[in-house]
Design a protein around this ligand. Structure first.
Ligand code: DGL
Length: 280
């Protein structure tokens, strides 16, 4: 175990490359309001979606280590790109060296667990970042549980920048949203369920709903991740007792504080105070 990690109970860490994970944090706090949380956004280096496996792994490992140093025993990667490209490597290579008793969980598995009950046609679409689509994590995870489901994916490289730059409601956003939805649905006409496989996308929901046919079910992740975390903590009392319960949230960013406070308001509808941290 690393000597300098605090070994007393601490908050649950929630990590994302930027603001997207706030959509997950919001739902987690709704289901588990009694816990303490630290949210960390790597806003200085977002987006992760177009970066290589090596870089996403390195950045995510740095963020997880930082959250451990800040007292977390359990960290949720509230980012599909990090869950797709870094989660398994961190669990297998790093946790045994850092501290085998700490836990890191992702958002892909909890999302796909529900899919078998939602799709009737057994044809599912996934909208996500380039990195998540190329990693094939969604088809791999879906097929572990439901081998009969046919999965098509579409990378939406412009969607995260639209959200990060506060353009989610602009008319300019319509072009990119319609284009990627049409491309996905053209790949498989039998799709009846579409997973929004990026934590930024709920901010684009009003526009996505406008361009997606009404008979298609949209799956957003927050509630599935929150319920799955609740079940996890019930099944793992040894982890639960290391998570403090004081209903507080600390916000941290690797970028300047002011921008985070302003943008976080869009996601949480709440004025927050934030601390800058250095990730290295
Ligand atoms: N919000 C992250 C996700 O869920 C990705 C954003 C990014 O590209 O950094 O995939």
């Amino acid at each position: 175990m690393k000597q300098d990690l605090p070994n007393i109970p601490g908050p649950i860490g929630v990590f994302d490359s930027g603001y997207g994970g706030l959509t997950i944090l919001k739902q987690i706090r709704g289901v588990l309001p009694e816990y303490d949380y630290i949210y960390l956004g790597d806003n200085a280096r977002t987006p992760y979606g177009t970066r290589s496996f090596e870089v996403v792994y390195e950045f995510t490992r740095q963020a997880v280590t930082k959250l451990f140093e800040m007292g977390c025993h359990l960290v949720i990667l509230a980012c599909n790109t990090a869950s797709a490209k870094a989660l398994r490597s961190i669990q297998i290579n790093d946790l045994p060296k850092i501290d085998p008793s700490r836990r890191v969980l992702g958002v892909i598995r909890p999302t796909v667990e529900s899919i078998g009950e939602i799709t009737h046609s057994r044809h599912v679409g996934v909208l996500a970042t380039d990195g998540t689509i190329k990693s094939e994590s969604y088809p791999l995870e879906i097929h572990k549980l439901f081998p009969d489901i046919i999965v098509s994916g579409e990378a939406c490289p412009m969607w995260v920048p639209l959200v990060e730059n506060n353009e989610a409601n602009s008319t300019g956003a319509d072009y990119f949203i319609k284009k990627n939805i049409d491309q996905l649905l053209n790949k498989d006409k039998l799709i009846d369920t579409v997973i929004l496989g990026c934590t930024h996308y709920p901010l684009l929901l009003p526009k996505i709903q406008r361009f997606i046919p009404e008979n298609i079910q949209l799956v957003t992740q927050g509630e599935y991740v929150a319920t799955s975390l609740q079940n996890y903590l019930q099944r793992h009392p040894e982890i639960d007792k290391k998570c403090t319960k004081g209903s507080t949230t600390q916000f941290c960013t690797s970028e300047a504080k002011d921008k985070f406070t302003e943008s976080a308001f869009v996601f949480l509808n709440e004025v927050i105070s934030v601390q800058r941290v250095l990730l290295e």
